[in-house]
Design a protein around this ligand. Structure first.
Ligand code: PLP
Length: 490
């Protein structure tokens, strides 16, 4: 960081000529850089939040996932969109907005035509903004192939990986252990891509029938292994394979949720919501149901890139380590994490927290120790975080259905309650968007119990319900798994 700051001072001192490109250096404010000096900032150099690794290119960070010092990769600077630039995208579709945003962020890292192809291929489904009342909208991110918002990030990461692998004429195999949802989003995201095989391990008796079918009915480059064991066994087998020198030649890779390729595309939700609902420089409030805080980090990036987000509401379930941290300045993880209704957010130590701390000028290691405090005042100014109980979650689901006739599932309900808490406290009537991160049909029991309604299956899930299953059963013995990989992937 020090070195970068020195370089930048140099650039600024040398004078600013020609077109001005504005970049924001997280935690160090905005800098105007002459276009001939741009190379100091763009080509997206990424640093590790642990600050002990080399800066790398986007391609390297994407393929590696985690930095060698176990930190998370962060862009050292971000382009800022002007008001005119934002307004000029107003009438575009979601894939076009994704293309425009990513083009600017990934300038020099990927050719425009390929990027355009990738965004249109990845985002071939609707992104509805549903009006609740004059100051409230729901953005439904649940229309992708697995009816989860994770489709957005996973599909983009998969295609970007494919792009770089094809260019280098390389092949990889993604190994992933899942307790249900992540595996299906990853499998669907990579489905049909030429350079990448996916092997998903799931615990035979711990996934629902619907979750299993989402992994087993794909075929092609996707293999589903049904493990006669628990999720921990699946994870142990995958970890051992990654660490096994005998398997190095198989180019095994993980599609980790901390990958920078999953983070950057998530800033697009906020450009999209803003462009459809506001005109520059009006402000917007967003409420984000959060677990590992990848989605919320996408929003922090969007805000840094010039989207006028007035307040980011990071709404969590009973795992309240982040609201407590914001309030007290003291961070302690919750071990083990609490089991709540919104089960995809049962996270006691969010994996993206180090990124949040970094962007506000602090330093947190992978264990959650803070070596340098972030700017807490600025953090509190930008982010409001509240914890929602299971009882409150159910109450909101019921009230929302009774009052507006709108069905939401537990994660979305946490977002709505977070917004309600914020409004009650501040009386702020600024237009707000709250995110629905999964389709209600993915949580039929919860929705039925609270509202008495049977959520209708979206088309994407209907297709998997009736598809033919391909699945290979396997025990928890590593040697068998290893032999399988060696034969299957040679
Ligand atoms: C993963 C997930 C979340 C949490 O998202 P993060 O980016 O981890 O904060 C919220 N809702 C649903 C339905 C999810 O699957």
């Amino acid at each position: 960081m020090e070195k970068l700051i020195n370089e930048l001072h140099l650039v600024v001192e040398k004078g600013i000529q020609g077109t001005i490109n504005i970049y924001r250096l997280p935690a160090y404010g905005i800098l105007d850089i002459a276009s001939d000096k741009k190379q100091y900032l763009i080509n997206m150099r990424l640093y590790s939040t642990n600050l002990q690794a080399e800066e790398v290119s986007f391609e390297t960070a994407l393929v590696a996932g985690l930095a060698p010092d176990r930190g998370l990769y962060m862009p050292r600077a971000l382009p800022v969109f002007s008001g005119e630039e934002l307004d000029s995208m107003k009438n575009e579709t979601y894939p076009e907005i994704a293309f425009q945003v990513l083009k600017k962020v990934l300038e020099g890292e990927i050719d425009e035509e390929s990027l355009k192809g990738i965004t249109y291929d990845a985002y071939n489904f609707a992104v509805p903004l549903e009006k609740v009342d004059d100051i409230t909208y729901i953005m439904r991110l649940d229309r992708g192939p697995t009816a989860s918002f994770k489709d957005f990030a996973a599909r983009m990461m998969a295609r970007l990986m494919q792009y770089y692998l094809m260019k280098g004429d390389r092949q990889i195999t993604i190994l992933t252990a899942t307790s249900g949802d992540t595996g299906s989003a990853v499998a669907h995201a990579f489905y049909g891509l030429d350079s990448i095989k996916v092997i998903v391990l799931f615990p035979q008796n711990e996934v629902s029938e619907r979750q299993r079918k989402q992994m087993t009915t794909l075929g092609k480059n996707i293999t589903a292994l049904s493990i006669d064991g628990k999720f921990d066994d699946c994870q142990a087998m995958v970890k051992q394979a990654f660490a096994d020198d005998d398997l190095k030649h198989l180019n095994l890779s993980s599609a980790n949720s901390i990958n920078i390729g999953r983070l950057v595309p998530q800033s697009v939700y906020y450009f999209y919501a803003y462009l459809k609902l506001r005109k520059y420089p009006d402000e917007l409030i967003v409420s984000i149901p959060s677990g590992n805080f990848g989605n919320m980090m996408g929003c922090v990036l969007a805000k840094n890139m010039g989207v006028p987000i007035k307040k980011i509401l990071a709404s969590v379930n009973e795992n309240d380590e982040v609201p407590v941290f914001l309030e007290s300045g003291k961070y302690s993880k919750i071990v083990p994490s609490k089991n709540c209704l919104s089960n995809a957010m049962n996270v006691g130590h969010p994996s993206n927290l180090a990124r949040l701390v970094a962007i506000y000028g602090g330093e947190m290691d992978e264990k959650g120790n803070i070596n340098r405090m972030p700017d807490m005042d600025k953090l509190r100014e930008d982010i409001f975080s509240t914890s929602v109980t299971d009882l409150q979650t159910k109450t909101v689901m019921k009230e929302f259905f009774d009052e507006y006739g709108i069905l939401i599932e537990p994660h979305g309900a946490v977002g709505i309650k977070g917004l309600r808490d914020y409004r009650e406290l501040t009386k702020d009537k600024t237009l707000a968007v709250t995110l629905e991160t999964a389709h209600p049909a993915k949580f039929p029991e919860e929705v039925r119990a609270v509202t008495g309604m049977e959520p209708e299956l979206p088309e994407s899930l209907q297709r998997t319900e009736s598809g033919e299953e391909h699945v290979e059963p396997m025990g928890t013995d590593y040697a068998t798994f290893k032999e399988y990989l060696e034969h299957r992937l040679e």
